[in-house]
Write a protein of this length. Structure first.
Length: 150
């Protein structure tokens, strides 16, 4: 990877963490209001970025379909994420949310009849273990694991 790519990746991770922290702090508020605020901010930011790089407006029908997709893929996702943070807490919600790409990838492997790579299976096992421990608030007992926990 080039240094600029690494820097952009790190910046995206920092922004994502900042956004998750802000969402956690607001999770006791009305989830619908949070979705509207985040959607408007994200939409305006994307519009300004597109205009800054010289993009033009597409056909109105395409805009309507894109807005519908955004409502389902972004709006409902945030709505359920905020509700889950309120009910489950930030750690459990993040653990469940983090495994979702693996579920989608697994479904695509079935749909397109491809074999998963070894690295995929290793990552899936790690994510499943992390999700288990975050969701059960447990850890291996001293009998099961000789490591010291104190």
């Amino acid at each position: 990877m080039k240094p600029a790519q690494v820097a952009f990746c790190r910046a995206a991770c920092v922004c994502w963490g900042f956004e998750n922290n802000c969402t956690r702090r607001m999770s006791q508020k009305d989830a619908g209001q949070i979705v509207v605020i985040k959607g408007l901010c994200s939409g305006c930011g994307s519009l300004l970025l597109a205009l800054a790089v010289g993009e033009t407006f597409p056909e109105p029908g395409f805009i309507a379909l894109t807005m519908l997709l955004g409502f389902v893929a972004y709006g409902l996702s945030i709505f359920f994420y905020v509700r889950a943070q309120r009910e489950l807490g930030a750690a459990k919600t993040s653990a469940y949310y983090a495994i979702a790409p693996f579920i989608g990838t697994g479904l695509s492997l079935l749909l397109f009849r491809q074999r998963p790579s070894v690295s995929f299976l290793v990552a899936l096992a790690i994510m499943a273990a992390g999700t288990y421990f975050a969701s059960t608030e447990g850890r291996p007992s001293r009998k099961a694991c000789p490591l010291r926990w104190d």
